[in-house]
Design a protein around this ligand. Structure first.
Ligand code: ZN
Length: 456
């Protein structure tokens, strides 16, 4: 079964403080309709003018996605009547977009253009409210060719795309709603179906799965197969039909008379290119070189900008192999378990350095350090003070450990017998018992050595 999937990603440019065609702030008071002016309310006589910062940010994204920037382009009016659009048209780009012909993960990017976000509708029981605070917020639309043949490909693409956008500062994973995706799903013998307005990075995958199943079923049935548009219902995790698909011609694009010629010089493009920050791919290479990490480990750390910045601060104070191990294994474990991001956790380098320093100097065991890290995910505190208060310093005095070993040997005669008759796994069991007795504070090296000696 041949599957073709194309996508359109709408990204709110988060680091633009003002709207695309007026100077209203994009963030600020949430009181409805307070961040508006005649331009973003579409009042007669108002004129849009292009926000230079939004243009620069969009060019950064286009360059990071290997696109060719058009040095001259214009904006168009996309006509449709809907309450969230006060002008009855959206100012966007159609014939000549900002950038074309990019590539990411072997998926071709057809075009990237700038456009304004419409307002927001709030549906209540028997009426609908309109908030124009969002109206005119700068968006970029990234349109791919229908190169995806599986959900997995889209998952990897979205992962990489959001990492790039995050490094560029235009997107952050704490505000998933600022990324909205439309997908076109087209499986053999069924016309193309578009699913609109899917938020975040997980739901697009689910929507595709859902649509592939639906189309596969219809192909086998007598049902009429029509091209149409569906909408994603994030609560029910299903798609519902909204209308038969209109073609691009139905939108009656006309040139926006106030924005007929925007020019970007070669020099400006060069300057923007020069101002691009270090992206994840380059950072991965640098980490491999400087910290001598495995490629996989470097990729795990650089897949999150904040995590990778934190890592560097810690690795400059602590043995970097130890830091790598903890940033690749222990920290992601805590993040996954608590379903939080490193940003939301808010753990500081100070606490991590303190904790790993105790481990590095052999003042606590690995087990104790893991327990403290888990505790730090609930509440931030000083690991140094905590181990003093809770008496968690490493137990390395031979007499104390010998005492615990003797107890464990006495209490587990069967395991001792098994070990003596050649079952090495039994030693691990007795070892575990000693560690448990010490509440994880016994030096594991010493425990092992003493146990082996005693059971010889
Ligand atoms: Zn405005």
């Amino acid at each position: 079964m041949k599957i073709m999937i194309g996508t359109e990603h709408h990204v709110q440019l988060e680091n633009c403080k003002s709207k695309l065609f007026c100077s209203c702030p994009t963030l600020g008071p949430e009181e409805p309709n307070t961040r508006t002016c005649p331009t973003c309310l579409g009042l007669p006589g108002s004129k849009p003018s292009l926000n230079k910062k939004a243009l620069t940010e969009a060019i950064k994204v286009a360059l990071a996605l290997n696109c060719k920037i058009n040095k001259e382009f214009f904006f168009s009016r996309k006509t449709y009547f809907y309450n969230d659009l006060p002008n009855s048209f959206q100012i966007t780009q159609y014939e000549l977009p900002l950038a074309v012909n990019g590539k990411l993960n072997n998926i071709r990017i057809r075009r990237i253009h700038l456009e304004e976000d419409p307002g927001k509708l709030i549906h209540e029981e028997n009426h609908t409210l309109i908030d124009y605070n969002r109206s005119g917020t700068p968006l970029i639309e990234i349109v791919t060719e229908p190169d995806f043949t599986s959900q997995e490909q889209l998952r990897l693409f979205l992962q990489k795309l959001t990492i790039i956008l995050e490094y560029l500062g235009v997107y952050s994973r704490k505000s998933e709603a600022s990324l909205r995706t439309d997908v076109n799903v087209n499986i053999e013998n069924h016309p193309k179906v578009e699913i609109k307005n899917i938020t975040g990075i997980i739901d697009p995958i689910k929507a595709i799965e859902c649509e592939i199943q639906r189309q596969s079923k219809i192909i086998k049935s007598d049902e009429k197969k029509v091209q149409h548009t569906r909408i994603w219902n994030p609560e029910a995790k299903i798609t519902t039909e909204v209308r038969t698909k209109e073609t691009e011609e139905d939108y009656g694009y006309i040139t926006e008379p106030n924005l007929t010629k925007i020019e970007v010089s070669e020099k400006e493009i060069k300057e923007i290119k020069g101002s691009l920050p270090e992206l994840a791919e380059e950072k991965t290479k640098r980490f491999i070189k400087i910290y001598r990490m495995k490629e996989n480990d470097a990729e795990v750390i650089t897949s999150d900008l904040i995590l990778s910045n934190l890592f560097e601060k810690v690795a400059n104070k602590i043995d970097h192999n130890l830091a790598t191990r903890w940033f690749v294994r222990e920290i992601p474990k805590v993040l996954n378990y608590n379903k939080i991001t490193i940003e939301k956790w808010g753990i500081t380098e100070k606490r991590l350095i303190e904790l790993l320093d105790l481990l590095q100097k052999n003042k606590i065991t690995e087990t104790t350090a893991q327990k403290i890290l888990e505790k730090l995910s609930q509440k931030l505190f000083s690991p140094k003070e905590y181990i003093k208060k809770e008496n968690l310093e490493i137990l390395s005095g031979t007499t104390d450990i010998e005492k615990l070993c003797d107890e464990a040997i006495k209490e587990n005669p069967k395991a001792v017998q098994d070990y003596k008759s050649g079952n090495n796994v039994s030693l691990n069991y007795i070892f575990g018992q000693v560690m448990r007795k010490s509440k994880g504070t016994a030096d594991p090296y010493q425990v092992k050595k003493i146990l082996e000696k005693k059971l010889k």
